[in-house]
Ligand binder design. Structure first.
Ligand code: 5AD
Ligand code: SF4
Length: 491
């Protein structure tokens, strides 16, 4: 099940549930990573208090917001194309205002207003609470730009409006920003310093989602393993602040436990993990709780130690293998996926072979693969020449995609004859007589609908597969189904 996320596939437009009652109409769409989709839900919540209802129809919008991605050049080009479309609509609806949010807003700042005449407001990822003031500025004819990055904004106090929701799965953001400074990556510049959200507000959001009938949550962060909350307030029993901090701090493993125990009938997922930050206690926690999914997205980027060093990835190929071995030891059926970049500056055929060999060792369930795209302002842009010719980057990309396809098929075939737990998400695209859902390992499974419904946890016996999809038949409800009554969370 290889996934090459070019921006066309990655930048799905949000299909928005219309909300009624307010007077102004907001059309909001998101490109890029899950964090952007989650942020748009925060923005919709902030603006619903300002009298905006979301609409699916661009033509009737008073305000159009596009949440943008800068991770590769193509992502930015996609947004520029969308702006042309807004321009055409503005000719019919001249009162419509257009705002740019997210990473491109942060990267280009007020330059956006000069470069794209259609744009009225530019708002960076940490400034969404200022949107009401900025919209006011625009309405009064002033330029509206706020790209200030914050060291502590987590939007923990905002209850997101669920957009494009299937009512089954939801994102819950737990950290923002990234301190890792991988040399190819623009994220530390566009999303600022890493910070963690108060665990209590996270658990409250999870509980609220459970009450609303959601069955699966994904804890989101650029680097979830670095989640760390020092809170708790000074208590009398502690001698000093540092002793208190140690005793009351919550790391990622502890947060996972809190969520898994708060809602034992809900599936817990998380993304993204980074090899240098992932710890054994996270793997142990996954192994201990049956409602934490056996799936880890563990980007490696390259299999060559020389390239990993140039990327500032802070782990070696050997350390990555050790991590994979530890995962397999504790969670033998764990699904593992990757991100890999081909054609990073100076990458040789030998480095590329190292990547193919690493893939051969892990045999990932699936992966996201990209050709290197030089990003302005990154360390790689400043220090290294983008010297691998485009056709070589593309050829290497094709090679890793083909190998991944082989491994994906190998992985899906191992499910044949087994019974797996599937959470039903929607109707299968290919047949209205079949449901589509995902296994714990995040592999898609389809099976005849019978009397099951969206949101059910079903045990499915797998009889066939492609490299991307498992095909089978339901054999009953899984233990996560409330009526099944098995309360034990610990495996
Ligand atoms: N060029 C290509 N791919 C990139 N990624 C991040 N920056 C770049 C870049 N400059 C990929 C990495 C990362 C994923 C989200 O996007 O693989 O893990
Ligand atoms: Fe970018 Fe590296 Fe941070 Fe991921 S861990 S967001 S690739 S800097």
């Amino acid at each position: 099940m290889e996934k090459i996320l070019d921006e066309k596939q990655q930048g799905n437009t949000l299909v928005i549930e219309p909300r009624k009652g307010n007077s102004r109409k907001l059309f909001i769409e998101s490109y890029g990573c899950a964090m952007n989709f989650s942020d748009s839900e925060i923005v919709a919540s902030i603006l619903s208090k300002e009298g905006f209802d979301t609409t699916q129809h661009l033509e009737e919008a008073d305000l159009v917001l596009v949440n943008t991605c800068s991770i590769r050049e193509k992502a930015e080009q996609t947004v520029r194309k969308r702006l042309e479309k807004y321009n055409a609509v503005k000719r019919i609806n001249p009162k419509m205002k257009v705002g740019v949010l997210g990473c491109m807003a942060e990267r280009l700042k007020s330059k956006f207003l000069e470069e794209e005449k259609i744009v009225d407001l530019v708002v960076g990822p940490d400034a969404y609470k200022d949107l009401p003031n900025l919209i006011n500025d625009v309405e009064e004819g002033r330029d509206a730009v706020n790209v200030l990055l914050s060291k502590d904004e987590t939007y923990g106090d905002i209850s997101p409006v669920r957009l494009q929701s299937n009512g089954v799965s939801a994102f819950v953001s737990i950290t923002r920003g990234c301190d890792n400074m991988c040399t190819f990556c623009v994220v530390p510049f566009t999303r600022g310093r890493e910070r963690s959200r108060d665990p209590q507000s996270i658990v409250e959001e999870v509980n609220d989602l459970a009450e609303k009938g959601f069955k699966e949550i994904t804890l989101l962060g650029q680097n979830v393993d670095s989640y760390l909350w020092y809170g708790g307030g000074l208590k009398k029993d502690f001698k000093n602040a540092s002793e208190m901090q140690k005793a009351t701090s919550v790391n990622f493993a502890a947060l996972l436990k809190l969520c898994a125990e708060a809602q034992p009938k809900m599936r817990i997922r998380f993304s993204t993990s980074n090899p240098q930050d992932m710890t054994m206690d996270v793997i142990e926690t996954m192994a201990n709780y049956r409602n934490i999914c056996d799936y880890i997205h563990l980007p490696v980027q390259s299999g060559s130690d020389r390239i990993l060093k140039k990327m500032n990835r802070l782990h070696t190929r050997k350390e990555y293998f050790e991590m994979i071995d530890n995962i397999k030891k504790l969670i033998p059926d764990c699904g593992i996926s990757h991100d890999i970049i081909t054609g990073f500056p100076t990458e040789t055929e030998e480095d590329h072979q190292d990547t193919l060999e690493l893939m051969e060792y892990v045999k990932y369930h699936f992966g996201y693969m990209f050709a290197y795209s030089e990003r302005p302002g990154t360390m790689a842009e400043r220090k290294f020449e983008d010297d691998v010719p485009e056709e070589i980057k593309k050829r290497r990309l094709t090679e890793i995609v083909n190998l991944q396809r082989k491994h994906s098929l190998y992985r899906t075939q191992t499910f044949i004859g087994k019974t797996v737990e599937v959470l039903i998400e929607k109707e299968s695209k290919k047949s209205d007589a079949h449901w589509s859902g995902r296994t714990q390992q995040s592999t898609v499974a389809v099976f005849p609908k019978e009397n099951y419904k969206v949101g059910d946890f079903v045990n499915v016996k797998i009889s066939d597969c492609t490299s991307a999809t498992l095909i089978g038949e339901a054999v009953g409800y899984s233990h996560l189904t409330p009526e099944e009554g098995i309360e034990a969370t610990i495996k």
